[in-house]
Design a protein around this ligand. Sequence first.
Ligand SMILES: [Mn+2]
Length: 424
Amino acid sequence: MINSDVIQAANAKAVDRLEADYAALGAHLDRRGIDIAAIKAKVAKYGVAIPSWGVGTGGTRFARFPGSGEPRDIFDKLDDCGVIHQLTTATPSVSLHIPWDAQPAADLNSKAEEVGLTFDAMNSNTFQDQPDQTHSYKFGSLSHTDAATRQQAVHHNIACIELGAQIGSKALTIWVGDGSNFPGQTNFTRQFERYLDATRQVYDTLPDDWTLLTEHKMYEPAFYSTVVQDWGTNLLIAQQLGDKAKCLVDLGHHAPNVNIEMIVARLTQFGKLGGFHFNDSKYGDDDLDTGSIDPYRLFLVFNELVEAESNPDFNPMHMLDQSHNVTDPIESLMVSAMEVQRAYAQALLVDRAALEGYQDSNDALMATTTLKDGFRTNVEPILAMARLEKGGAIDPVAAYRASRYRAQVSEDRPAVSGAGGGIV
Ligand SMILES: [Mn+2]
């Protein structure tokens, strides 16, 4: 963790300016009939989970260029996640990936407590082979033609639930790379039947207070067809399995220009929106930093989430899922967490009564302007003040750089090889 003196010294340099900006924004919002303190209170309560794999440098199919002080194991990763939460106060939980992060539950729990974090959804991995595994996933896992291979994948998912239950997790996220690379390679229907049958076996072992999240992805690693390729397939799975099964929407897992915010609205309307993986993209599943390319789309997604907030049963899980190839992952994750918070705060500012009036009277111009008023408001003083009041940093990146955390951990963590493709 970072010495609190460093955070306080960094905050001391910025606090006068923040207080002036916060007061000015408060006066501006007051004229719009918005109580800045109420918005700040909601922002302060908001949290997005960090994926354990996000704190390592990512890579592409071509190469990986690791930075210094890469985390060696889940305990180093939890240290890094602890720093992200310490500075941003916006990332209270970590999502584990099994088997990469498999360790005894007691050790995971004590480390999480030490760094002030809890555990979010468990993520299973049946898209690559592990050294000790009997059956290969080269031709699929939960949908494989071979029953023993499917069973191995089912057992792995159940093991993820069992570990998760010991560390306070309440959800399992299943993403499979199953699909095909050639027309005719698989029978779409029989393959999906096998997937549903195997996934139901996992679902049947789920504790009552757990959620099973299935994540669709349009392509990659299979490039012709993917078993869970779109939100329609994902919804069918959730409907087939039952009430504890819901859909996870990864922003990058759609074709370019797909109206993701409308998918969010549809899944919400029928109680099947289970969670998010936030990231951004320009061309495909780019795994770029959240809000770095199209912050307006992120805002439009949050507009749907705020719209649904009045339903007490609506509580989707929020996680970042992105690949950091050219930045310090800690810095990227801090900025991304703040971008998610920013979109939430902007969506809270939308005058929903006015918007509804314009929608009902078919005033398209005023409806879209009213919506965009939220996006155009610079809410940074709200986010920064929420962080300051919770003991975080006014400017997390500045405080992180001042702390020299990366240089310090690099002394203990040996340099790792950059050879080979990274995992995205
Ligand atoms: Mn994802």
